[in-house]
Design a protein. Structure first.
Length: 196
């Protein structure tokens, strides 16, 4: 390699990536801006290749950046940060796809369990009582989770953008926040032996 070629290369690329990772670990916003400038298109393109619904794609992108924020100090090869981010984005997309498949199977299973569309008055009373009891448990959640679940499970659901406006949760954070709230609710149901 000639001297002219070496002088055209960016100075100390590995150290600058290492420095950026160190600085984002220290919550330096300018480091985040540089990371987003360098790798934002890569993360978005990786997520787009999975053809997720818009809200799920936003969740995958947000979770990728969250994983970097949580693990910036663990990235062993800063010069390969692009590969780390692409792999993390793929993992997040695959996780979302698995969760969607499980939810679809659960919905299919539920539709098979209910043999008839009309139910007697006794069942209406039981359903209403169960619903009141479930919403009472929802009211025990933190305000953010409670409001989010109430918005998502209203009689006439609204688009994520409207839910984001009401709850203050960014559209990309609705899915993960919903998942955490439902896990907490499931745990509360198990405590009250209603898990079955």
């Amino acid at each position: 390699m000639t001297t002219a070629t070496v002088s055209c290369m960016p100075a100390d690329t590995v150290d600058s990536a290492t420095d950026l990772l160190q600085r984002i670990g220290d919550r330096d916003p300018t480091a985040w801006e540089e990371i987003l400038r360098r790798y934002g298109k890569l993360v978005s393109a990786t997520v787009r290749s999975f053809r997720l619904q818009e809200a799920d794609a936003l969740d995958a992108v947000q979770m990728t950046w969250l994983r970097l924020a949580e693990n910036a100090h663990r990235v062993k090869f800063p010069e390969r940060l692009g590969g780390w981010l692409a792999t993390t984005a793929r993992h997040e997309c695959l996780y979302i796809l698995r969760q969607s498949r499980i939810a679809a199977e659960f919905i299919d299973m539920q539709s098979e369990i209910i043999p008839e569309s009309s139910v007697g008055p006794e069942q209406h009373v039981v359903d209403a009582d169960t619903s009141r009891w479930l919403w009472k448990l929802v009211d025990e959640l933190s305000p953010r989770r409670r409001i989010l679940l109430r918005e998502l499970f209203r009689e006439y659901p609204r688009p994520y953008t409207d839910v984001a406006d009401v709850t203050g949760v960014p559209p990309g954070g609705i899915g993960p926040t919903r998942a955490r709230a439902l896990r907490q609710l499931r745990s509360m149901l198990d405590e009250h032996e209603w898990g079955a």
